[in-house]
Design a protein around this ligand. Structure first.
Ligand code: HEC
Length: 137
Protein backbone atom coordinates (compact mmCIF):
# COMPACT_ATOMS: atom_id res chain seq x y z
CA UNK A 1 0.00 0.00 0.00
CA UNK A 2 1.46 3.41 -0.94
CA UNK A 3 1.69 6.26 1.52
CA UNK A 4 -1.21 8.16 0.05
CA UNK A 5 -3.46 5.09 0.01
CA UNK A 6 -2.52 4.48 3.61
CA UNK A 7 -3.44 8.09 4.40
CA UNK A 8 -6.73 7.64 2.56
CA UNK A 9 -7.46 4.48 4.53
CA UNK A 10 -6.67 6.32 7.75
CA UNK A 11 -9.01 9.14 6.71
CA UNK A 12 -11.80 6.63 6.04
CA UNK A 13 -11.19 5.04 9.43
CA UNK A 14 -11.27 8.48 11.10
CA UNK A 15 -14.49 9.18 9.20
CA UNK A 16 -16.00 5.91 10.41
CA UNK A 17 -15.10 6.73 13.98
CA UNK A 18 -16.59 10.22 13.58
CA UNK A 19 -19.89 8.92 12.27
CA UNK A 20 -19.05 7.42 8.89
CA UNK A 21 -17.55 8.58 5.59
CA UNK A 22 -21.08 9.02 4.22
CA UNK A 23 -21.84 11.83 6.66
CA UNK A 24 -18.63 13.64 5.68
CA UNK A 25 -19.63 13.46 1.99
CA UNK A 26 -23.15 14.66 2.79
CA UNK A 27 -21.75 17.59 4.74
CA UNK A 28 -19.80 18.93 1.76
CA UNK A 29 -22.88 18.56 -0.44
CA UNK A 30 -25.08 20.16 2.21
CA UNK A 31 -22.82 23.21 2.38
CA UNK A 32 -22.88 23.57 -1.39
CA UNK A 33 -26.67 23.27 -1.52
CA UNK A 34 -26.97 25.64 1.43
CA UNK A 35 -24.98 28.29 -0.39
CA UNK A 36 -27.22 27.92 -3.43
CA UNK A 37 -30.35 28.22 -1.30
CA UNK A 38 -28.94 31.42 0.22
CA UNK A 39 -29.24 33.05 -3.21
CA UNK A 40 -32.98 33.34 -2.39
CA UNK A 41 -32.09 35.38 0.68
CA UNK A 42 -29.47 37.43 -1.17
CA UNK A 43 -32.22 39.42 -2.86
CA UNK A 44 -32.40 41.26 0.46
CA UNK A 45 -29.51 40.03 2.62
CA UNK A 46 -25.74 39.86 2.54
CA UNK A 47 -23.43 38.09 4.96
CA UNK A 48 -21.43 41.33 5.27
CA UNK A 49 -23.25 44.64 5.12
CA UNK A 50 -26.87 45.64 5.56
CA UNK A 51 -29.19 45.80 2.58
CA UNK A 52 -33.00 45.64 2.59
CA UNK A 53 -32.46 43.11 5.36
CA UNK A 54 -29.82 42.99 8.13
CA UNK A 55 -26.35 41.53 7.59
CA UNK A 56 -25.96 37.94 8.68
CA UNK A 57 -22.31 37.99 9.80
CA UNK A 58 -22.28 37.01 13.49
CA UNK A 59 -25.88 35.78 13.38
CA UNK A 60 -25.54 32.71 15.63
CA UNK A 61 -25.80 33.60 19.30
CA UNK A 62 -27.00 37.11 18.49
CA UNK A 63 -30.28 38.51 19.75
CA UNK A 64 -32.86 39.15 17.03
CA UNK A 65 -33.02 42.76 15.94
CA UNK A 66 -29.45 43.69 16.87
CA UNK A 67 -27.32 43.44 13.69
CA UNK A 68 -24.85 46.37 13.78
CA UNK A 69 -26.00 49.43 11.83
CA UNK A 70 -29.38 48.06 10.75
CA UNK A 71 -32.02 50.66 11.59
CA UNK A 72 -35.07 49.22 9.84
CA UNK A 73 -36.09 46.42 12.18
CA UNK A 74 -39.76 46.01 12.93
CA UNK A 75 -40.93 46.40 16.51
CA UNK A 76 -41.99 42.76 16.30
CA UNK A 77 -38.44 41.60 15.57
CA UNK A 78 -36.82 43.87 18.16
CA UNK A 79 -39.22 42.65 20.83
CA UNK A 80 -39.24 38.99 19.83
CA UNK A 81 -36.60 38.01 22.45
CA UNK A 82 -35.30 35.40 19.98
CA UNK A 83 -31.64 34.42 20.14
CA UNK A 84 -30.55 32.96 16.82
CA UNK A 85 -29.44 29.34 16.82
CA UNK A 86 -30.12 26.40 14.51
CA UNK A 87 -33.48 25.75 16.14
CA UNK A 88 -34.85 29.32 16.25
CA UNK A 89 -33.58 29.96 12.73
CA UNK A 90 -35.24 26.81 11.43
CA UNK A 91 -38.57 27.86 12.87
CA UNK A 92 -38.29 31.44 11.54
CA UNK A 93 -37.17 30.48 8.03
CA UNK A 94 -39.95 27.92 7.69
CA UNK A 95 -42.65 30.55 8.10
CA UNK A 96 -41.31 34.02 8.96
CA UNK A 97 -44.63 35.78 9.23
CA UNK A 98 -46.03 33.15 11.56
CA UNK A 99 -42.89 32.79 13.69
CA UNK A 100 -42.62 36.56 14.22
CA UNK A 101 -46.04 38.08 13.56
CA UNK A 102 -45.57 41.63 12.31
CA UNK A 103 -42.08 41.02 10.91
CA UNK A 104 -40.96 43.28 8.09
CA UNK A 105 -39.41 40.30 6.30
CA UNK A 106 -41.79 39.89 3.39
CA UNK A 107 -40.79 36.40 2.44
CA UNK A 108 -42.91 33.24 2.35
CA UNK A 109 -40.17 31.01 3.79
CA UNK A 110 -38.36 27.80 2.90
CA UNK A 111 -40.85 24.98 3.35
CA UNK A 112 -38.56 21.99 2.70
CA UNK A 113 -36.92 20.86 6.00
CA UNK A 114 -33.92 19.42 4.13
CA UNK A 115 -33.35 22.73 2.34
CA UNK A 116 -33.53 24.56 5.66
CA UNK A 117 -31.04 22.15 7.25
CA UNK A 118 -28.59 22.67 4.36
CA UNK A 119 -29.06 26.43 4.47
CA UNK A 120 -28.49 26.54 8.24
CA UNK A 121 -25.40 24.31 7.97
CA UNK A 122 -23.94 26.70 5.42
CA UNK A 123 -24.91 29.80 7.43
CA UNK A 124 -23.18 28.36 10.51
CA UNK A 125 -19.93 28.31 8.52
CA UNK A 126 -20.38 31.53 6.55
CA UNK A 127 -21.43 33.81 9.41
CA UNK A 128 -18.62 33.15 11.91
CA UNK A 129 -17.64 36.71 12.75
CA UNK A 130 -13.90 37.30 12.62
CA UNK A 131 -13.31 33.95 10.89
CA UNK A 132 -15.53 33.74 7.80
CA UNK A 133 -16.76 37.32 7.76
CA UNK A 134 -16.45 40.76 9.33
CA UNK A 135 -19.56 42.60 10.55
CA UNK A 136 -19.81 45.98 8.81
CA UNK A 137 -20.46 49.07 10.95
C1 HEC B 1 -37.80 40.39 0.56
C2 HEC B 1 -36.58 40.59 1.32
C3 HEC B 1 -36.08 39.45 2.18
C4 HEC B 1 -35.83 38.16 1.81
C5 HEC B 1 -36.00 37.50 0.45
C6 HEC B 1 -35.30 37.49 2.99
N1 HEC B 1 -35.26 38.36 4.04
FE1 HEC B 1 -34.61 37.97 5.94
N2 HEC B 1 -35.12 39.84 6.52
C7 HEC B 1 -35.61 40.84 5.69
C8 HEC B 1 -35.93 42.00 6.50
C9 HEC B 1 -36.50 43.32 5.98
C10 HEC B 1 -35.63 41.65 7.83
C11 HEC B 1 -35.89 42.49 9.09
C12 HEC B 1 -37.22 41.95 9.61
C13 HEC B 1 -37.84 42.67 10.78
O1 HEC B 1 -37.23 43.58 11.35
O2 HEC B 1 -38.99 42.31 11.14
C14 HEC B 1 -35.11 40.29 7.80
C15 HEC B 1 -34.67 39.59 8.92
C16 HEC B 1 -34.07 38.37 8.90
C17 HEC B 1 -33.48 37.70 10.04
C18 HEC B 1 -33.37 38.28 11.45
C19 HEC B 1 -31.97 38.88 11.54
C20 HEC B 1 -31.65 39.64 12.79
O3 HEC B 1 -30.65 40.36 12.75
O4 HEC B 1 -32.36 39.54 13.81
C21 HEC B 1 -33.00 36.53 9.61
C22 HEC B 1 -32.27 35.48 10.44
C23 HEC B 1 -33.29 36.42 8.20
N3 HEC B 1 -33.95 37.55 7.82
C24 HEC B 1 -32.94 35.35 7.42
C25 HEC B 1 -33.32 35.22 6.08
C26 HEC B 1 -33.02 34.07 5.28
C27 HEC B 1 -32.22 32.86 5.76
C28 HEC B 1 -33.58 34.28 4.06
C29 HEC B 1 -33.61 33.34 2.87
C30 HEC B 1 -34.17 32.02 3.08
C31 HEC B 1 -34.21 35.58 4.09
N4 HEC B 1 -34.04 36.12 5.34
C32 HEC B 1 -34.89 36.17 3.04
C33 HEC B 1 -35.80 40.75 4.33
C34 HEC B 1 -35.72 39.58 3.59
Amino acid sequence: MSGSRLAAAAAVLAGLLAGGPVSAAVDAGALQRGEQIYSRCAACHGIEGNRTGPQHCGLFGRRAGTAPGFAMYSKAMRESAIVWDARTLDRFIEDPMNAVPGTAMGYAGVKDPKERADLIAWLQQATRAGRSCKPQP
